[in-house]
Write a protein that binds this ligand. Sequence first.
Ligand SMILES: NC(=O)c1ccc[n+]([C@@H]2O[C@H](COP(=O)([O-])OP(=O)(O)OC[C@H]3O[C@@H](n4cnc5c(N)ncnc54)[C@H](OP(=O)(O)O)[C@@H]3O)[C@@H](O)[C@H]2O)c1
Length: 367
Amino acid sequence: MAAVIPELPPIVNNSFKVKAVTYHSYKTPLTTKEVEIPVTAGSIVKPTEVLLQIKATSINPIDCIFKGMSYGFLGPKDKIIGGDFSGIVVKAGAETKFKPGDKIFGDVLSVTRRGSSSEYIIFEPKVAQVCELIPEGMTFEQAASLPIVSGTAYQCLYSHRGSLEGSNVLVLGSGTSVGTYAVQFAKHYFKAAKVVATCSASSAEKSKKAGADVVVDYTKGKSVKVNQILEFVKEHGKFDIVVDAVRDEDLIPYFSHVLKPVSENGIFSQVEGSYTIDYSHVHLYQFVPSWKKFVSVVKYKLGLYDYFIDTVLLMNTKGYGDAVRTLWANRELSIPIDSVYDAYSDAQVALERVASGKAKGKVVLKF
Ligand SMILES: NC(=O)c1ccc[n+]([C@@H]2O[C@H](COP(=O)([O-])OP(=O)(O)OC[C@H]3O[C@@H](n4cnc5c(N)ncnc54)[C@H](OP(=O)(O)O)[C@@H]3O)[C@@H](O)[C@H]2O)c1
């Protein structure tokens, strides 16, 4: 159902003022400030643009990374945090597929230097990695939780070249939001036969609810984890795909025992990220690929090795919207939310919660 179209603040000299959650550099806390949004004279939006009233955004590790690597002398003085959003369309250009009153969710991180955490945003849906109508009955907070993490999880599974129906899927780090969605898409959308998931005991219930058949507690140590995975393979066969949401490369030396080779469509799909998911202090070297991965990729490229490590960065992936709508309609989409904060007063607390790597689901800002 379309929402009531919100009234715009007054437009003066082809811009209007909005409240936004901003930062200057890695040193400064998130602060609510008034910023100006420039508009197109006459029509407010270009034919390819949408003007959206933001209802909720969610914080991702990438927001911690962008802020953690931001210097005051680079970019705009007041940078707006966030990429993921949900909201109500106020104006829609003729070339977009949206109309005023539509409730939509998506991500603007890659398309604009302005983030999503402000009262209103103007952006181009066709260049966003995710931009979809919110399914009926889903709240703005739930919708804002989805874009980056569920889009990345979907893309990891989509990178498998064959059908995943009846397959064996291993998700490393199912306690993460990316991992939780990878389990759900694998089990309920791609119809995997068995999904094995690694997480701590405190995320085991969440992983089982998402659809994991077997849960392995990674906190018990590398050998316990590897042995449990090898035991599974003995009984059920090798994995068709491994989705790695936490840069867990302990299995690379065991590929020939646990993963189907590329010639049988096997793939190790690794989410791009750092080797730690604690983002309270961000350093560039944390993102350098490991030696183990480097050697493995070079051997594959030289044709000496039949196992491929794919590195996944969120992109606009075919079928994502359909996957979300299908799971939601079938009541098979669980959307774990760790916490909801007031955007204008508590955004810094929210950011620190994500940076700690301890959030049990998404951290949402409400507008
Ligand atoms: N390249 C991209 O486009 C892209 C997109 C999205 C995310 N990412 C990356 O993917 C990673 C996950 O992001 P996210 O937002 O899904 O994370 P998240 O939801 O913030 O993850 C928090 C969870 O991580 C788990 N965890 C913490 N340390 C762990 C470890 N050593 N091993 C396994 N699990 C651990 C914890 O669950 P337990 O209870 O199981 O410990 C915790 O609840 C991040 O590195 C992020 O930068 C990349």
